[in-house]
Design a protein around this ligand. Structure first.
Ligand code: SF4
Length: 85
């Protein structure tokens, strides 16, 4: 399967790829979603489509729609929360 077309620019990975503590978890997501067969289930993609572009997806949202461990979804907008339902 081809890589997700967003991988090079995905804000989630850009933000955390240099974070030593989070690298292992990120790699798991890349293998499962961005380079794997779950890429069409990626919630970041779904929210991006629903809200008009990747700039409207919270950076700390994981591909499964949860906030990255150690971060919060408290500042996610209602529009974002509705889009992931
Ligand atoms: S997190 Fe989702 S949108 Fe971002 S590169 Fe991976 S599959 Fe694509």
């Amino acid at each position: 399967m081809a890589d997700c077309e967003n991988l090079a620019t995905c804000a989630f990975f850009k933000e955390y790829e240099t974070d030593e503590d989070k690298k292992m978890a990120l790699q798991g997501f890349v293998n499962m979603y961005c380079k794997g067969d779950k890429q069409n289930e990626c919630v970041r993609k779904k929210v991006s489509k629903a809200l008009g572009g990747p700039q409207n997806v919270p950076v700390n949202m994981m591909p499964n729609g949860m906030p990255l461990a150690g971060t919060s979804n408290a500042d996610w907008s209602d529009a974002v929360k509705n889009a992931i339902r």
